[in-house]
Design a binder for this molecule. Structure first.
Ligand code: 8OZ
Length: 368
């Protein structure tokens, strides 16, 4: 079996090691939701990751749900991302763009023209978002009409094309954490009576259409997906049969031969054992006819858990979130079993260089 520090090839992607930087929302985009030079420095500092997954990036203006998150739908945003990816590549790294539509986890003040956010449902989430006024309750959404769904699918495909134009090595579709695509998947949220609601086959329809459209646009070899079958975040109550739903979803995704599936085990940023769930069953279904696709695991992995996950074959790569915020040289620290810097939660969202590009490395302990 390979180790956490061995290179890997999956689809058209390659990684120098199996330590992945998880997507991390940092709310530091500039005016027009354009990635900044500071963001390029931040990502370039972390280029020793086997692969960097960008922070969640909205595919359209109406896909935005928080202040100062970057987009990938305007020419200026694509140009900003080009400079970020160039910096990462110049430091020997690899980077994919995480494509995001928040659905109902938004606020009218963040929507073009101040209109209602859209979702599978007209029922509001009991969740907060971050706006110009600080933390606010999310706004009540409007249920998307059937005729609008092709436009949603097209926005993901366009964003994927933009990501490749910006120089990204691939994309990851954000199908997790209670955002738009999960608002379609779960029967705890989706209350539609058309062919996009009701039985599991209908609820997976929009996410599968999105994945097919992205694959048609840029190829399966550089397309991944992130799922979170049981996470409760953003008022995503448990599906009545998460195991069955995600098993079926995996069966429909498997023939696409995606580069990878990235799974959040348990509650995002919280308990790994929140609800019993057989992730191994999903992995087998994804890998069955496509052993070259990679299985990426995430959520609360320690060094020893990550080493064990790869050594046992339970995972091909392991994504680390918070440890990458505070340790730009995380791969080296894991290799040496060196101590990790603790992250400062006060500087996670918004602001500038503090708590962003000033964390020390082993080589430059006084950098901060
Ligand atoms: C934290 C704050 C805002 C957004 C996710 C994109 O949970 C996010 C997110 C996380 O996937």
């Amino acid at each position: 079996m390979p180790t956490l520090f061995d290179p890997i090839r999956f689809g058209d992607l390659t990684a120098a090691n199996r330590v992945v930087m998880a997507p991390l929302t940092r709310d530091r985009a500039g005016p027009g939701q354009v990635p900044t030079p500071l963001m390029a420095s931040y990502y370039a500092q972390r280029a020793s990751a086997g692969m960097i997954i960008s922070e969640a990036t909205q595919v359209s203006a109406s896909g935005q749900g928080y202040l100062d998150t970057p987009g990938i739908h305007s020419a200026e945003q694509v140009e900003g991302w080009r400079r970020v990816v160039e910096a990462v590549h110049a430091h020997g790294g690899r980077m994919v763009a995480q494509l995001w539509h928040v659905g109902r986890i938004s606020h009218v003040s963040l929507q073009p023209g101040g209109v209602q956010p859209v979702s599978s449902t007209a029922r509001a989430a009991r969740a907060k978002t971050y706006t110009a006024k600080g933390f606010e309750d999310v706004s009540a959404p409007r249920a998307l009409a059937l005729e609008e769904l092709p436009g949603i699918v097209a926005s993901y495909a366009r964003a994927a094309g933009n990501a490749i134009a910006a120089g990204f090595d691939g994309v990851e579709v954000h199908c997790a954490n209670g955002y738009l695509l999960e608002q379609f998947l779960r029967d705890s949220i989706n209350d539609r009576s058309d062919e996009y609601g009701g039985p599991p086959e209908n609820r997976i329809r929009l996410p599968v259409e999105v994945m097919k459209a992205v694959v048609a646009e840029i190829g399966a070899g550089r397309t991944g997906i992130r799922i979170s079958p049981v996470t409760p975040v953003n008022d995503a109550k448990q599906d009545s049969d998460a195991q069955g739903l995600f098993g079926l979803y995996m069966d429909r995704l498997a023939p696409l031969k995606l580069a990878y599936v990235h799974v959040i085990e348990g509650a995002t940023g919280g308990a790994r054992d929140l609800v019993p769930f057989d992730y191994e069953a999903l992995r087998r279904r994804f890998k069955q006819d496509h052993p070259g696709g990679a299985w990426i695991v995430n959520n609360g992995y320690t060094r020893s858990l990550a080493i064990e996950a790869v050594a046992s074959g339970r995972a091909d790569l392991v994504a680390f979130g918070k440890p990458f915020i505070s340790n730009p040289d995380l791969v080296r620290r894991l290799q040496l079993d060196a101590p990790l810097n603790a992250p400062n939660t006060a500087t996670f969202y918004g602001g500038g260089a503090e708590g962003y590009t000033d964390y020390p490395t082993l080589e430059a302990p006084a950098l901060a």
